[in-house]
Design a protein around this ligand. Structure first.
Ligand code: BDP
Length: 578
């Protein structure tokens, strides 16, 4: 699915702002409008806006509506209604008519509304948002608060994962126009390097009839024309003296794609941005542009006071400023695909991403064939959305499943096969918490692991935690014989809590433990990266072990540094292989 743009043939306007909201009651029809209970911000989560507890933990149907007009110059245009992401499920009605629905909360979807949108008069869009999780949703939820060792249980709302199940229209909603008689649907770009030449492969898919495609590389001025057949065209472009996209060197190129009619008229125009870079795993190294790169950074969340998981450009910019300040070169989009806007920011700033599917805490006690179908669909939507981004260097198909079970094998084999079929250019991984007991690592290129010595076990014991880490890392490498990426390690830390000698929850302990664990990781030649859990403190469901949420942030939820930040900044100023 393409991103909204304004070009010769395309336009878009946002339906962001104040919408109406009502919780769903039985027997009431909301599809053609309803009496609002509240006003709600789009984009944003609804949960933290109000003072009533029932809204905060509402995990059922809830309705959004918005009235908008369409100018007369839209006449004759093809019009699309696009949602950046709705958590968890959306059913969309325009002027009382069902357009369709979408499941999983972190990827875009759109509907062709050319025939149902009304020009010049009020249109009403009503969206049934449904935050009901089950054994067949991804992520899972409502598992009667049962959890096996190492997984989370006993929470309110009932979620087996450790972040608040925010709901709502989290990303922009827009009305877009595309070409009328022919329009691009999908573009995919792959890049390799031959000496100093960038070799770019581009495939475009479109609807309608076109005579040929024109490709114009904006940075070099080169233009070429290619034949189209059955709604597809393929092109090979080369860029002499190519400037590679790299960490903190975000060289980007833009190709203007036009579908032309037989007389050379422009039917559709779209600009695809890309970067030329290579990524591969060889032996015990992750190579970016042929050189080893060591991942230093964080697991994160889209999470901020009041707006919850709603897109907020200011927070995104602040976060990237902090990442650069502290010397991080990467983060994992834990535990779901982040907004398209954030991926673009990483692309523009030279930050590496591990793109993760929204599958956290998959528990094979509950998995059904439908769970796998949903998971495959979510993974497909992630890869199709982000595969042109040079920032994404690896796909993570899931985080912390009960992957020590036999049932995990066919399940993860199917996911790995799907990821490779969609994208053969990036390494793939799955983030395990099962250590050497994991049964699915054979399907992946990198062994990603979450380890919490010094926190969930060996509390308060830095030296013991270091020894424990050394043993488990070596055991995992001996068993799986693949490079190991430490995808999470951390310690809850209350900003302002101090203690000498250091003990759990203090800023001293987070500093001593994490810096000590990093020494061990760097002593293992097969470790390709250290991602601290977490970049910032974040909201979780309620339970007896989180104090106002998860406090493992190196920054507070308001994005101010804890003590460890300056130590990390010093450490990360010098890359491991530098
Ligand atoms: C890991 C999970 C992460 C949690 C973290 C923690 O991947 O989502 O927030 O533990 O317990 O197991 O802080």
């Amino acid at each position: 699915m393409l991103y909204p743009q304004r070009t010769l043939t395309r336009s878009h306007f946002d339906l962001t702002g104040i919408w109406d909201l009502a919780r769903e009651r039985e027997g009431v029809d909301y599809t053609a409008g309803f009496t609002p209970e509240k006003q709600v911000a789009v984009p944003g989560s609804f949960n933290d806006l109000y003072v009533e507890e029932e809204f905060r933990t509402w995990m059922k149907g809830i309705w959004y509506s918005y009235r908008f007009s369409i100018p007369a110059f839209f006449k004759g245009e093809r019009v699309v209604l696009r949602f950046g992401a709705v958590s968890y499920r959306a059913a969309v009605y325009l002027n009382g008519k069902l357009l369709g629905s979408h499941e999983t909360g972190y990827t875009p979807f759109e509907f062709d509304v050319t025939d149902s949108i009304q020009l010049g008069v009020d249109n009403l869009v009503c969206v049934r948002v449904d935050t009901i999780l089950s054994a067949e949703t991804v992520p899972m939820g409502n598992l009667s608060n049962k959890a096996e060792p190492g997984q989370i249980g006993g929470q309110y709302p009932d979620t087996p994962f450790d972040f608040f199940p925010y709901g709502g229209l989290h990303r922009p909603v827009s009305v877009c126009t595309t070409g009328r008689t022919a329009w691009l649907d999908n573009v995919s770009v792959t890049t390799t390097v031959d000496g100093t030449t960038g070799v770019v492969g581009l495939t475009g898919k479109f609807n309608g009839r076109a005579a040929q495609a024109e490709l114009h590389l904006i940075e070099t001025g080169a233009t070429s024309h290619v034949a189209v057949a059955d709604g597809v065209f393929n092109a090979a472009l080369s860029i002499a003296q190519v400037k590679l996209w790299d960490v903190y060197q975000p060289n980007l190129y833009n190709v203007r794609i036009r579908l032309l009619d037989a007389a050379g008229g422009v039917l559709d125009e779209y600009v695809q941005r890309f970067g030329v870079r290579t990524v591969e795993v060889t032996g015990n190294r992750l190579l970016l542009n042929g050189r080893p790169v060591y991942l230093q950074g964080f697991g994160r969340h889209e999470d901020f006071p009041i707006i919850g998981k709603g897109l907020n450009h200011s927070v995104n910019i602040r976060d990237h400023e902090l990442l650069k300040w502290i010397g991080a070169n990467s983060y994992r989009t834990t535990h779901y695909p982040y907004s398209e806007e954030l991926i673009r920011l990483a692309e523009e700033q030279g930050i590496l991403l591990v793109g993760e599917a929204p599958a956290v805490s998959i528990n094979f006690d509950y998995v059904t064939p439908r769970t796998l179908e949903t998971h495959l669909q979510a993974l497909t939507e992630l890869i199709e959305r982000d595969r042109n981004s040079p920032a994404v260097i690896m796909w993570s198909v899931a985080n912390e499943a009960t992957s020590d079970r036999e049932q995990a094998r066919p399940y993860f084999k199917a996911l790995a096969e799907r990821a490779r079929a969609l994208d053969s250019t990036r390494p793939i991984t799955m983030v395990t918490c099962k250590g050497t007991e994991d049964k699915v690592m054979e399907y992946f290129d990198v062994v990603s692991v979450n380890l919490y010595p010094g926190w969930y076990h060996l509390p308060g014991q830095v030296a013991g935690a270091q020894e424990d880490l050394r043993i488990i890392l070596n055991a995992m490498h001996d068993k799986f014989k693949k490079p190991v990426f430490i995808a999470e390690f951390g310690a809850d830390t209350i900003a302002g809590q101090h203690s000498l000698p250091a003990e759990q929850w203090s800023e001293e302990y987070q500093t001593d433990l994490l810096m000590g664990l990093i020494e061990v990781m760097r002593g293992c030649d097969f470790v390709i990266g250290e991602h601290i859990w977490n970049f910032a403190d974040f909201r979780t469901a309620q339970n007896f072990y989180r104090v106002g949420g998860n406090r493992k942030g190196v920054f507070t939820r308001e994005r101010q540094p804890k003590m460890i930040a300056r130590f990390l900044k010093q450490k990360w100023a010098v890359g491991r292989y530098a």
